[in-house]
Design a protein around this ligand. Structure first.
Ligand code: SAH
Length: 360
């Protein structure tokens, strides 16, 4: 027998032609598609309205690769962190963040990360591979279920702020988003999805060209090349002027303001020049700024800046009409906050590489 078809890699049309080639009527493809994506089943035998003959043939010739939530941690603030085991045994983490109005899923796009941002715990994991669209989808679905189970509310928002760089896994992330937003998926509006990137100009332009409808966030942390290059090695390949041009391009194409994510550290980006540089950039790019609390990852080079400095950032940005909000982290007690996802509960998945922290 030839190799089994991984059924979740098929588009709707692909599924239609497969089933048509088996002599099945067109509506069967609609039913199967609905079971796979809207209902999210992982077993063909759970597809209850299909004839036995079709189920038997699918079981023989097709496969669904399920992910498994192997470890769940609950924070005292309600945040839930999942360790998600992929079909090949690798592990990623995803987080449910509950607020009064929202249930937000923070999902991973890669196993590990190759960017080596000096302040991020995920950077200590070797990048192993990209996630497939169904592996991203299943993280989201699991959180949707947990929202219903623990809070009696469905998923409302998704942020691609887990492990990995989503724009280095462009096609799979976009396919996952398509499945999440389609009516036969979770039917979530793309306006409720935010993709966060380290800032890859070519890929940001591609997003704009592809007419995506979701939101874009950029992890900036400094608007000065001399500072940003020290803490985010990617800045050498994609310096701020190039990033700025790509964001200009994005705004012209989408008319959607981007969000800058920004952590302020003592002695790194807490000087007047740092504030001025950010103000300069924000004057040119329609944006808002999230000043994220730093979540310590055990490196003494990085210390949260004094509150007065953060306040000075907020004031300077507000003065030029840019919304700047201070964001406090959730789920710190279970290492679920920004930059803390490092598979700590799954030691078998830990692959230590040299931290780049001593770049400073
Ligand atoms: N690679 C993408 C997606 C990761 S999002 C990106 O860089 O945007 C994770 C966010 O948490 C990013 O904004 C990252 O810069 C931020 N972050 C990383 N380590 C952190 C830490 N220790 N404390 C607070 N934020 C951190």
């Amino acid at each position: 027998m030839s190799e089994q078809v991984d059924i979740r890699t098929l588009s709707k049309e692909g599924l239609q032609s497969l089933l048509a080639s088996w002599g099945e009527p067109a509506y069967r493809a609609t039913q199967v598609y609905d079971w796979i994506w809207a209902k999210g089943v992982h077993q063909f035998s759970d597809m209850r309205n299909l004839p036995k003959t079709l189920l038997t043939r699918m079981e023989a010739e097709c496969i669904i690769h399920p992910v498994e939530v192997t470890h769940v941690q609950h924070s005292e603030d309600g945040t839930i962190k999942n360790a998600v085991k992929l079909p090949d045994g690798l592990i990623v983490e995803s987080v449910l963040i509950p607020t009064e109005k929202r249930i937000t899923a923070c999902v991973s796009s890669q196993v590990g990360c190759s960017l080596n941002c000096a302040f991020c715990a995920t950077a200590r994991l070797k990048r192993m591979r990209n996630l497939a669209p169904d592996e991203i989808y299943d993280q989201v679905r699991a959180i949707h279920q947990q929202g219903l189970e623990h809070f009696g509310r469905p998923l409302t928002n998704i942020v691609f702020m887990g492990m990995g760089e989503p724009l280095m896994n462009y096609n799979n992330v976009l396919t996952a988003i398509e499945k999440i937003t389609q009516p036969e998926g979770l039917g979530l509006s793309p306006k409720r999805i935010t993709l966060s990137t380290v800032g890859l100009p070519k890929m940001i332009k591609k997003l704009a060209d592809d007419g995506v409808k979701f939101n874009l966030a950029v992890s900036l942390h400094s608007a000065r090349d001399s500072v940003r290059s020290k803490i985010m090695p990617i800045n050498d390949a994609a310096p701020i002027a190039e990033l700025r041009d790509s964001l200009d391009y994005w705004y012209k194409a989408t008319k959607r303001r981007i969000t800058f994510e920004y952590v302020v550290w003592k002695g790194i980006n807490d000087a007047k020049e740092d504030i001025q540089a950010l103000v300069g950039l924000c004057k040119r790019i329609p944006c808002k700024v999230n000043l994220i609390e730093y979540n310590a990852i055990g490196d003494p080079n990085f210390q949260q800046a004094d509150p007065e400095v953060i306040e000075a950032y907020v004031e300077a940005l507000t003065r030029i009409g840019v919304t700047a909000k201070v964001r406090h982290s959730r789920g710190k007690d279970i290492d679920a906050a920004c930059g803390q996802l490092a598979n700590k509960t799954s030691p078998e998945a830990l692959e230590s590489t040299d931290s780049e922290a001593n770049l400073l």
